[in-house]
Design a protein around this ligand. Structure first.
Ligand SMILES: *Cc1c(COP(=O)(O)O)cnc(C)c1O
Length: 382
């Protein structure tokens, strides 16, 4: 196997889910987002581990992601969070994927197709309370809920919304989130008063889970928390999380170079003294972006060594100093759960982005190796 791999610590995923369960009330269901291949961790394995740890729903971003889970043997409910096209309707029905709905045209198309296939399809009504992405306006919510309940082959299983700034402690953001929650509660109340059962009411992603207990309702949808990171640094202290992904590689070459030697493309780094230079078989095509050098250090046998010179497509170099402590084939950890080394959050800081983008950005060619689980073949009850 290639030296560069992403070790996925499912024991940490389980730990994170149990920490989340301590925050939400016992009756609140857990929907685990496994979109974007489980934020880069591998959707199938994460799905099974999440269900074993107590999740009752999975969420994906496209019908195809849902179909892939079905083909992997997952039978748990799968909610699709992004909008499907009309061509995807047969796939939704055949694979029992639960779509979000909010417009009359799609509800009618789905209803007709479900009738033809003689199936009753659960749907969740999406209300846009301020995210500005998808959903009906709060004032239309009763009308749309009625459209769903008038369809003989559709079943209103849930009502949901999404919060735009729930991960921020800024005063205006808190005020806006409260407004979104209020609009959502009012819509749900109006749906109930119209004689329609809204089913599972849900609105909180990771930020809402940590900051707005009043917005947990019947189900929460924390993604990044499951994978071991807080949705923002401001909320770090609110929960004890363990990163799930560990990006490791090996030092494949060590050579002593004399002072004055330039390293990598562009000759941006010159050795100031005689030093050992190690080469790692990992580069920007793996997701280790060029912007990380200078700045990034890797962890080898408990010590940090800086990446020097430009990161190439498939390789990068590190300055090992002149002690000769590091040996060829030693493991080099780029990020992961070890507090001595970097987390994806440290890399995100260097890149001026969020940890989500770091784990999602680890390329497909990096093999995922799973630990912390005895047997991840989907059991019958999944
Ligand atoms: C991605 C997503 C989530 C999860 O968000 P996190 O910030 O990772 O917790 C929840 N709900 C919706 C609608 C999403 O798109």
């Amino acid at each position: 196997m290639r030296a560069t791999k992403a070790v996925i610590h499912l024991e940490n995923l389980r730990h994170n889910i149990l920490e989340i369960k301590k925050i939400v009330s016992p009756g609140v269901r857990l929907c685990v987002p496994v979109k974007a291949d489980g934020y880069g961790h591998g959707a199938g394995k994460v799905a099974v581990a999440a269900i074993r740890a107590g999740a009752s729903f999975l969420a994906v971003a496209s019908i195809q992601e849902g179909i892939d889970l079905r083909n992997a043997g997952i039978v748990a409910p799968i909610l699709s969070l992004s909008l499907p096209t009309p061509e995807e309707i047969p796939g939704i029905i055949a694979n029992s994927i639960t779509p979000l709905v909010f417009d009359s045209e799609f509800i009618s198309d789905l209803g007709i197709a479900a009738k033809k296939m003689n199936r009753v399809i659960p749907v969740h009504l999406k209300i846009d309370t301020g995210m500005g992405r998808i959903g009906c306006f709060p004032e239309e919510s009763v009308k749309i809920a009625k459209l769903v309940s008038n369809e003989s082959h559709l079943f209103l299983e849930g009502v949901c919304t999404h919060l735009a700034v729930s991960d921020s402690l800024d005063k205006d953001d808190i005020e806006f989130t409260r407004l979104q929650i209020k609009r959502f509660e009012d819509s749900v109340k109006n749906i109930r008063e119209a004689g329609i059962n809204p089913g599972i009411v849900h609105c909180s992603a990771s930020g809402g889970v940590l900051q707005y207990p009043e917005a947990h309702f019947d189900m929460v949808r924390p993604g990044i928390l499951i994978y071991g990171y807080s949705p923002s640094k401001e909320l770090n202290a609110k929960i004890n999380l363990k990163p799930v992904m560990e990006l490791v590689t090996k030092v494949v070459s060590i050579r002593k170079v004399p002072a004055g030697t330039s390293i990598s493309y562009g000759r941006k780094w010159i050795a100031g003294e005689d030093t050992f230079i190690g080469t790692l078989p990992v580069g920007y095509a793996d997701g280790l972006l060029r912007k990380l050098s200078p700045g990034l250090c890797v962890l080898i046998k408990g010590k940090k060594y800086p990446v020097v010179g430009r990161i190439c497509m498939d390789q990068c170099m590190i300055n090992l100093g002149n002690s000769g402590e590091v040996q060829r084939w030693d493991d080099a950890v780029i990020f992961g759960p070890d507090p001595m080394g970097n987390s994806a959050e440290n890399l995100a800081e260097l890149l001026d982005t969020i940890p989500y983008e770091v784990t999602c950005g680890i390329n497909k060619r990096v093999p995922r190796i799973y630990t912390g689980t005895e047997d991840l073949n989907p059991p019958d009850y999944v």
